[in-house]
Design a protein around this ligand. Structure first.
Ligand code: GLP
Length: 254
């Protein structure tokens, strides 16, 4: 695991955007694993701007998002489909047919799996997504991390060998994500790539910004590999770079 400490969120975002753009320049048909959340938002903004300036081309890229909420429409303002469209996809020349996000949208699932109940359809959707991701390795996956160490929506205790699955969100995760649901209706479940799905990526970049991530960053630094800290599974991968800003690095930045 390589560690990079950047002064602040802005420079962390520039670094991450650089990694993303270099990957696409080197391999225009890259398969990318992509995150959501507040940490990568600025990375997407910078990458989209630099893409336009340099005529870099996302046209042949294929993207695979880590996760999505269950039970809301994909057009809901707080769905990860909406996040990706607003923060990134509509600003670059990506082909939307090549952007993949697991679906927890009842109408889409009903259409996709007409004979199934909603819960059966969710399981089928997980299998469908897992199968598609595994058709070929992702070249680069970028991850954020939750305060409790979750990656994607893999909450503490998730077996490391889990594939794409449905999760019941931790209360702490629902509270952390509540600002995006002003109506107070934070979904209770989500679909996420599992730790084992994430580990199939050739390269992984994990981003952690702000003092609320300090504790989990310290635990990652300690090197303990334990299912109570989902991000610690990354110690089992041989090409992981962790980029933190000074606030997240805390003591370990000294
Ligand atoms: C959500 C996402 C994760 C993300 C995490 C941290 O729960 N599902 O993929 O890493 O939030 O988000 P933030 O960057 O906003 O702290």
């Amino acid at each position: 695991m390589r560690w990079i400490v950047e002064p602040d969120h802005e420079s962390l975002s520039h670094f991450a955007a650089g990694v993303l753009l270099d990957q696409v320049r080197d391999v225009p048909e890259s398969r990318l694993g992509l995150p959501t959340g507040s940490t990568p938002a600025r990375m997407y903004e910078i990458a989209a701007r630099r893409c336009r300036e340099r005529y870099l081309c996302f046209a042949h890229v294929e993207t695979w998002n880590l996760d999505e909420y269950v039970g809301i429409d994909s057009s809901h303002p707080s769905s990860y489909r909406t996040y990706m469209r607003e923060k990134f996809f509509r600003h670059v020349d990506i082909d939307l047919d090549r952007t993949h996000i697991p679906s927890g949208d009842p109408a889409i699932l009903q259409k996709r799996f007409p004979a199934a109940t909603f819960d059966e359809a969710l399981l089928l959707e997980c299998q469908r997504y897992e199968g598609l991701v595994r058709e070929a390795p992702l070249d680069l996956t970028i991850l954020g991390v939750g305060r409790n160490g979750h990656i994607g929506f893999n909450e503490p205790g998730t077996p490391f060998d889990s594939p794409t699955h449905v999760v019941l969100l931790d209360e702490s995760t629902r509270i952390a994500n509540a600002p995006w649901f002003p109506d107070g209706c934070v979904p209770e479940r989500a679909i996420t790539m599992g730790p084992s799905t994430i580990l199939t990526s050739r390269r992984i970049l994990l981003l952690a910004s702000g003092s609320s991530k300090r504790e989990v960053v310290e635990k990652l630094r300690e090197g303990v590999v334990d299912e109570s800290i989902p991000a610690s599974v990354l110690h089992r991968h041989d090409d992981v770079t962790v980029v933190v800003d000074i606030e997240a690095a805390g003591e370990s930045a000294q």
